[in-house]
Ligand binder design. Structure first.
Ligand code: ZN
Length: 240
């Protein structure tokens, strides 16, 4: 077989293998990414809860402030009552006193209501914190496993890269540029086998003349329809 064609087939084979390792890496990382996403969504829930608790505490303290003001008012009323001269004045103060007392009572009810909600939210927060702890432990274990698997793939990749670099170094630069040009649009299918006398890149039939030239393998032949470099895979040759 033509030396240049052989080199192109080999270069393309190496690049295909590199490409095939991409989904392998992604599937190795997948369980870790899943756990990290779970952790992230829990952290978001936690943040929202903390914000809600903060708001509830603020509402609670507003009511406490109101109670303090009302208690001052009650003291004021008490002082005035000691000084009033008419029954009418006394009655008016009594109405004011009752109103203030009612307001205190309802503020206390509000406070109790807020406290109950805060308590529920704090409990929910605790649960989430526990879940986050659990997931973090899972992440640690999973990460060790994922890193180990990735390391193996990384080694494979380095080996292929080295072979590829060595091959390119020894290749005719013109042939390499020619290949790179096809690769710009065809990517890793730049060199593609003929199957059932059709180009596997564009699926078009190859005429007998070109097919027999490709079979000979004496020259670099490109597909007349799409421009990819054609070759016959060994197992196809045996069938001939
Ligand atoms: Zn083609």
């Amino acid at each position: 077989m033509n030396k240049f064609l052989k080199e192109l087939i080999e270069l393309n084979r190496l690049e295909r293998r590199l490409k095939e390792l991409e989904p392998v890496e992604a599937s190795i990382k997948a369980p870790l990414i899943k756990l990290e996403n779970q952790k992230k969504s829990l952290e978001e829930r936690l943040e929202k809860l903390e914000e809600e608790i903060k708001n509830l505490k603020l509402k609670k303290s507003k009511n406490e402030l109101l109670i303090a003001e009302l208690k001052d008012k009650l003291k004021d009323i008490e002082e005035k009552q000691a000084k009033v001269k008419t029954e009418k004045e006394f009655k008016a103060l009594q109405i004011e006193e009752e109103l203030a007392k009612e307001q205190i009572e309802s503020a206390n009810e509000e406070i109790a209501r807020f406290e109950k909600i805060i308590e529920q939210k704090e409990e929910e927060k605790e649960e989430i914190l526990k879940e986050i702890d659990k997931i973090e432990a899972e992440i640690t274990i999973t990460k060790t496993d994922v890193d180990k698997k990735l390391e193996t793939v990384e080694k494979q990749k380095q080996e292929i890269h080295k072979k590829r670099d060595d091959l390119i170094k020894n290749m005719n630069p013109q042939i390499y540029r020619f290949y790179e040009k096809i690769k710009r649009w065809a990517d890793i299918s730049a060199v593609t086998p003929i199957k059932k006398q059709a180009c596997t890149g564009c699926n078009m039939k190859i005429n007998d003349k070109i097919y027999s030239e490709v079979l000979k393998g004496e020259e670099i032949i490109t597909c007349p329809h799409c421009g990819r470099v054609l070759f016959i895979e060994d197992e196809d040759k045996i069938q001939e």
